[in-house]
Design a protein around this ligand. Sequence first.
Ligand SMILES: *Cc1c(COP(=O)(O)O)cnc(C)c1O
Length: 392
Amino acid sequence: MNTPSTLKRVLMGPGPSDVDPRVLEALSRPTIGHLDPAFLDVLNEVRELLQYTFQTRNQMTFAVSGTGSAGMETAVVNLIEPGDSMLVCINGVFGMRMTDVAQRCGADTSTIEIDWGKAFEPVQIADALKKRPAKVVGIVHAETSTGVCQPLEEISKIVHDSGALLLVDAVTSLGGMDINADALKIDACYSGTQKCLSCPPGLAPITFSDNALDVIENRKTKVQSWYLDVSMIRKYWGSERLYHHTAPINMNYALLEALRLMKEEGLEQRWARHAANHKILKAALAAIGIEYIPDPGFELPMLNAVSIPAGVDDPAVRTQLLNEFGIEIGGGLGAFKGKAWRIGLMGSASTLSNVMLFLSALEKCLADQGVKFQRGASIAAAIDQASVEEKM
Ligand SMILES: *Cc1c(COP(=O)(O)O)cnc(C)c1O
């Protein structure tokens, strides 16, 4: 029966990613009250494990009720008062979204835009801040629309030297690669549950530095959003346990289980798994002439953005992958519409078996379209690369 409740897919798109059965089981446990001491224990453990995952000691670390975009809005709306200056770095869809959010929050926004598929050079941020200082600088760590990873170390130093706060979108990177909120001195960092945390969509992990909290505490105006006001939410997540809004109880069960899975595997092991499966996929695609969009060294391990080979019917391939093999991959967004495939290897979906399944399915789809390539070449390359990775 093809109803949504019984369909099984292999989720290899830009999110959501495959959810571990333990997380689904947690989601189905009995709902209890949001002030029940047993549920407050759940929140405490969620916070503790989020601190582990963000690699931070920030006390103000919690899960926003809403998807990744709610995390983005929470970060911006709490730090920005109407008229405050914010610099947003745009190299894809999510930098554009952050600009839109900042403008709606009343920020006096400036932007730097570079070609999609490229990462920012630190000097570009430095020049922009010299021209026009900002209170907050927003940047995306893992740009899911282009597959580009943005190095942050030098940029963090430049931003802080200028006196600004650093706001980072880690929706796709958290749990799949190193993003160390404390070492990078990030002031506001948010994520989403359905990418590398492998939980259903619905919560947005977030963390604020003490400097960011100072800024929030010294605001002259109320936060423009009642729902996302951290000064009120902290009274529920903190020791006062004051009702603000009803926490999504079962989603927090699910997130807790997903974070326990992360802790059991270990952060570094998890990053290594993502890196290895990415390298196997990359070697395999190269063998059939499929190239990555980001420059070498800037590819995201969890989101493989590749150019669609000339003459290939993009929608037909993705439809066939879905209908014949149950595999979902993503198409191109914005400037990359019709030009890119986005192959996710996120969280529990980052496995060798998914890589092998995807490659054989893709070869069949390409062959059915009459594309010329050496049959089996991607599989052979994957086998070779897997043996290299296994020795590491
Ligand atoms: C997915 C994503 C978002 C938005 O998250 P939603 O859960 O769709 O609201 C924001 N930023 C990045 C980089 C993303 O990949």
